[in-house]
Design a protein around this ligand. Sequence first.
Ligand SMILES: *Cc1c(COP(=O)(O)O)cnc(C)c1O
Length: 398
Amino acid sequence: MKQQQVMEQAEQALYKIYNRFPVVFDHGDGVILTDADGTDYLDFGAGIAVMGLGYNYPGFNDAVKAQIDKLYHISNLFYSEPMAEAGQKLLKASGMEKVFFTNSGTEAVEGALKAAKRHAYNKKMGQDYEIIAMKHSFHGRSLGALSVTGNDHYQEPFAPLIPGIRFAVFNDLDSVKELMNEKTCAVIMETIQGEGGIHPATEEFLRGVRALCDEHDALLILDEIQCGMGRSGAMFAWQKYGVKPDVMTVAKALGNGVPIGAFLASGRAAQAMQPGDHGTTYGGNPLVCAAASRVLDIFEEDGIVEHVQKVGAYLWEKLEELMAKHDCIVAHRGCGLIQGLEFSMPAGPVVQNALTEQHLVLISAGSNVIRFVPPLVIQEKDVDEMVVRLERAVLGVV
Ligand SMILES: *Cc1c(COP(=O)(O)O)cnc(C)c1O
C-alpha cells in the first residue's frame, strides 16, 4: 500500500501540529479526489472552502501554467499586469475602493487590523483604543488574527496577545452596544461565522453594528475569507444585507488553491494607510494574481454565483429532509454552499466514517457540526450522492 509509506515518511518529517486523516490524495478532477491507491472520493470540503471551481476547471490550470512560463515573481517594487487586472476585477466585484494582496487569509486579517490601528493613530486616539471582536469567531493563527479569534483554546498557550481586544456576543447587538465607546476604533467579525459552526449574522445585527460603527467613527471589518467569493449565494455575503464594510478580507476561494488573500478598503479606510506602512515580498505576485484574475473572469462568464443560488437551495432542501429523518441532527444553518448540520453527538466519528467507509470528504466545524463547503460547481446529482453517503455514515456510527 503506497499510502501507508507516504504517511509514515510524513509523520517522521513533519512537526506534529496536525492530526491528519489517514488518506494520501494524489489527484483531482471536477468534484472527485483520488487517493494514491486509486480510490475516488466525492469532495464536499474543497480543501476547506478553497477549491471553489473544483479540480481542473476548464481554462483555469492553463491560465496558471501560461503565467508560470512567462513570469511569476518580481516583488512589490514593480508593477505587473496580472496584479493590476486582479485588483480592478476584485474592486468591480465588491464595490470597494482599494486592495492589498496577501499570501493567506490570516495575513489579510493582519492587514485589516493594521488599517484599524492606523485609523486610531490618524484620529490621535492615543494607545488605549479598543477593537471589538466576536466570541466563537475565527480569523486565523498569526498573533494579530489570533488576538481577535474568540476561542480560549486557541489563545491560551500564546498569551499575552495584542492588547485592547474586547469580545461581544455574535448576533447580540446589545452586547456590542455595551462595549462600544469613544475608545472603539473598529469592529471585526465574519459575515457568516465558519469555524464557529456556520452562524450567519442576522440582518438586524449586521445593520445595527454598521450603525454603531458610523456613530463612533469606528471601522467595520467584515471577514469574508470563508463565506465570500460566491459561497453565500452573493459574491460577498454582506451584499445580501444592504450594508457595506469599511474593510473586508478575502482569501480561500480567491485563488482556487493558489495561495492568495487580500484586504480591501473603502471610504476613509482606503486612505488610512500610508506608503511604507505595510509590505509583503510574495504578496500579489504575477502567478497568484493571474490565478485570481482567471477565477474572477470565470465567476462572471460562467455565472458561478447564480449556480450557487440554485444548487445551494437544492442542498438546503435535501439536508432538511435528512434532518427530519434523524433525531441526532438537531439544527441546520447557513445558505448557498456554506451550510452546517448540528448533531446531538460529536461530529468527528461521522466525518471519519464518511471518509474511510463512504469515500466522502466532509469537514467539521467545532465539535458537533458538519459543515458543507463543497466546490461551488457541484451539481444536484452530487448533492444526491453526498446525502446517500452521509446517511450511511450517520447510520454507521449511531
Ligand atoms: C480560513 C480563515 C481564515 C484564515 O485564513 P488562512 O488562509 O488559513 O490564514 C481567516 N478567517 C476566516 C473566516 C477563515 O475561514
